[in-house]
Design a protein around this ligand. Structure first.
Ligand code: ADP
Ligand code: F6P
Length: 324
C-alpha cells in the first residue's frame, strides 16, 4: 500500500513562465484543503541542494495569481545533472520528510525529477515553459502569455515598418521549437515565417519574395524568425544589401517571458497545480500533468519524455496560404 502523503514539496525550474505562480498557488492551497503540508523550495534544484526550503501556508501565495515570473525563483542548475548531486538532493528530500515533489518546469526539469524518482522520491511534473515544446501536452503554462506579448510587440514594429517601408526581421523565443513563431506569424500576418522544424530558411527564395511583394505594392515585409533559426541581424543586413530595401532586425528576447499572465495561463496553471496534488492523493507518482484534446490528463514521466512533438501540419499549411 502507498505511504500516506503528509508533506509535499514544490519547486519551479528552468526558464520562468507567466502562470507558474498560479500553479504554485494551486499546489499550496489544494494540498492544504486536503490536510497536506507544503514546503516551497526556492531556486529550483539549486535551492534544493542548498536546502532553501520554507514552509508555505495559504497566505504565502496571497496576491500572486496575477503576477508574472515565479515567487519561488528559478534556476538552471548544471551540477544537478551529476549523479552525486542527485543522490544528495534525494537525501535532502528524505531529511525534510518530503513525501512528494511537484516540479513545475520544462522537459529538462522533468528529466531532473526522473533522477529523483529513481532514488525513491515521488514526483509529479507540471509543464511550465513558454516554448510549448513538451510532447505529451497541447498546452504549457506561459505559452499563451508569451505569444500575446510577442504579438503586441510585433504589431508595434509593423506600424513603424510600414511608415518607413522597411523589411523587419523579428526574432521570437522558443529554443529549438517554432510554436511561438508559428502563432505570431499567423496572428501578425507575417509575410514570412521561418521555423526550425521546417528548415525553411532559403535566402534566395526570401529575397525574391521580398522583391516581388514590393513590386506588388506591399509597403512592409514582416519576417517572424524563430530563435532556433536565429542570425536575425545578419539576415537583415543581407536583405538590405541584396534587395536594396532598408531592413532592420529586432530580437524580442526576455520581454516574452515576463508580464501578467493571461486568463488562460492563470486558469490552466491553477487546474494543473491542483491536478498534481490530486494525483499524489490518488497514490500516483512519476507522472506528468497534461492538457490533451481539451482534457486534463496525466502520463507516465518516462513515456512522456520519450514522445516526439511536431508542429501541427494543418496549421502550418494555413500559415503558408496566408503569407502569399
Ligand atoms: P526546462 O526545464 O525549461 O527544459 P532546462 O533544460 O534548462 O529547462 O532544465 C532545467 C534544469 O533541470 C537544469 O538546469 C538541470 O538542473 C535540470 N536538468 C535538465 N536536464 C537534466 C538531466 N538530463 N538530468 C538531470 N537534471 C536535468
Ligand atoms: O525555455 C524558455 C526560454 O525562454 C527559451 O525560449 C530560450 O531559448 C531560453 O529559455 C533562454 O534562456 P535564458 O533565459 O537562460 O537565456
Amino acid at each position: 500500500m502507498k505511504k500516506e502523503m503528509k508533506t509535499i514539496g514544490v519547486l519551479t525550474s528552468g526558464g520562468d513562465a507567466p502562470g507558474m505562480n498560479a500553479a504554485v498557488r494551486a499546489v499550496v492551497r489544494t494540498a492544504i484543503c486536503k490536510g497536506i503540508r507544503v514546503k516551497g523550495i526556492m531556486h529550483g534544484y539549486s535551492g534544493l541542494l542548498n536546502e532553501e526550503i520554507e514552509d508555505m501556508d495559504a497566505r504565502s501565495v496571497s496576491d500572486t495569481i496575477s503576477r508574472g515570473g515565479t515567487i519561488l525563483y528559478t534556476a538552471r542548475c548544471e551540477e544537478f545533472k551529476q549523479e552525486e548531486y542527485q543522490d544528495k538532493a534525494a537525501e535532502i528530500c528524505k531529511k525534510h520528510e518530503i513525501d512528494g515533489l511537484v516540479v513545475i518546469g520544462g522537459d529538462g526539469s522533468f528529466r531532473g525529477a526522473q533522477t529523483l524518482a529513481t532514488r525513491g522520491i515521488n514526483t509529479i511534473g507540471v509543464p511550465g515553459t513558454i516554448d510549448l515544446d513538451i510532447a505529451c501536452t497541447d498546452y504549457t503554462i506561459g505559452f499563451d502569455t508569451a505569444v500575446n506579448t510577442a504579438v503586441e510587440a510585433i504589431d508595434r514594429i509593423r506600424d513603424t515598418s510600414t511608415s518607413h517601408e522597411r523589411v523587419s526581421v523579428i526574432e521570437v523565443m522558443g529554443r529549438h521549437a517554432g510554436y511561438i513563431a508559428l502563432w505570431c506569424g499567423i496572428a501578425n500576418g507575417a509575410e514570412d515565417i521561418l521555423l526550425p522544424e521546417k528548415h525553411n530558411y532559403d535566402a534566395d527564395k526570401l529575397m525574391k519574395h521580398i522583391v516581388d511583394n514590393r513590386k506588388q505594392g506591399k509597403r512592409h515585409h514582416i519576417i517572424v524568425n524563430a530563435e532556433g533559426i536565429g542570425h536575425s541581424e545578419e539576415m537583415a543586413k543581407r536583405i538590405q544589401e541584396e534587395t536594396g530595401i532598408a531592413a532592420r532586425a529586432t530580437i524580442l528576447g526576455h520581454i516574452q517571458r515576463g508580464g501578467n499572465p493571461t486568463a488562460t495561463d492563470r486558469v490552466r496553471g491553477s487546474v494543473m497545480g491542483a491536478f498534481a496534488v490530486d494525483l499524489f492523493c490518488e497514490g500516483k507518482s512519476n507522472r506528468v500533468v497534461a492538457y490533451k484534446d481539451g482534457k486534463y490528463v496525466d502520463f507516465d514521466m518516462e513515456e512522456a519524455l520519450a514522445m516526439k512533438k511536431d508542429l501541427p501540419e494543418y496549421v502550418y499549411q494555413v500559415s503558408r496560404y496566408l503569407t502569399i
